[in-house]
Design a binder for this molecule. Structure first.
Ligand SMILES: O=c1ccn([C@@H]2O[C@H](COP(=O)(O)O)[C@@H](O)[C@H]2O)c(=O)[nH]1
Length: 282
């Protein structure tokens, strides 16, 4: 079954378009998990237990796993997410010349979908595009301020570069497996791109910590009800405040702190986000 059909089913099952970003910054993982063999895996497992009922996908960003323990943690994380029936979109932003990009495409043997960088052109994406079962999200108009440096450049036709990327992505979508990455910090561009490519689902990052527009993310991010709105730090580190509060409470009174409030807080944050985004769904 094609990735977007699987995603459609998942969205319907959990009534959610929330992509839970698994970016386990080691400096922010709760202290009591640091003694584990693989702290990032210990952290992610608890986050998955707490959030899976609200997750349309998990989106680990490869940047947080690019070392030997990290790759082990990522493998465990993906297998565990699959055990909960949640697809995994690996935010890896890959692509390279032919033989190298074929190596990168092997990432799709474990993940269900991947983000790729279109800068090197079609041949650099070919092995991803050819994988009919997997989803391929092409960076189009990213959420960061510097995204304008190249993506907004006006071509000789008058269109900005990101619109050309969208047009090419539409052309390359021969296997119905292509989506676009468009930041929630760019609501106007989201709207224009939705009009330009009505059938391509978007992955929309940039709400929460980056201050993007959640309503526009839903209104324009979904194609025929399928698309994803991502939050990473806003969900997985939602417990940082409550951990601090609980530490000061336990100094003041007695009690118990099993150190797991961060997971409960992430579950609550995912549930709240799902509810908020669902207000804007048809
Ligand atoms: O344009 C883009 C493309 C990717 N990202 C990634 O999404 C998450 C966002 O994290 P938050 O903590 O919710 O801000 C992160 O992995 C980014 O690398 C993006 O933000 N913008």
């Amino acid at each position: 079954m094609n990735f977007f059909d699987r995603l459609h089913d998942r969205i319907r099952t959990v009534d959610s378009v929330v992509s839970v970003g698994l970016d386990p910054d080691l400096s922010r993982i709760p202290d009591h998990l640091r003694e584990h063999d693989l702290p990032r895996w210990a952290f992610n497992r608890r986050i998955i237990d707490a959030t899976h009922e609200h997750a349309a996908v998990y989106k680990p960003n490869a940047a947080f796993y690019e070392d030997s323990d990290g790759w082990r943690a990522l493998r465990e994380t993906i297998a565990y997410a699959h055990g909960k029936n949640v697809p995994v979109l690996l935010d890896a932003k890959r692509a390279d010349i032919g033989n190298t990009t074929r190596q990168y495409a092997q990432l799709l043997e474990t993940a269900d979908a991947i983000t790729v960088n279109p800068y090197m052109g079609r041949d650099s994406l070919q092995p991803f595009l050819a994988d009919e079962e997997s989803g391929v999200f092409i960076l189009c108009r990213t959420s960061n301020p510097g995204g304008a440096d190249l993506q907004d450049l006006e071509l000789e036709t008058g269109e900005p570069l990101y619109e050309r990327v969208a047009a090419l992505a539409d052309l390359w979508n021969e296997n119905d497996n292509v989506g676009l990455v468009v930041g929630a910090t760019k609501p106007q561009e989201l709207e224009e791109l939705r009009e330009q490519v009505p059938d391509l689902p978007f992955l929309v990052p940039g709400i929460g910590a980056q201050g993007g527009d959640a309503e526009a993310a839903v209104e324009f991010g979904l194609a025929n009800g399928v698309g994803l709105v991502n939050s990473s730090r806003g969900i997985i580190f939602a417990g940082e405040d409550s951990e601090a509060q609980s530490a000061s409470d336990s100094r003041a009174a007695e009690p118990r702190d099993d150190g797991e409030q961060f997971a409960n807080a992430s579950g609550q944050a995912a549930k709240r986000l799902k509810k908020r985004l669902n207000q804007y769904r048809d």
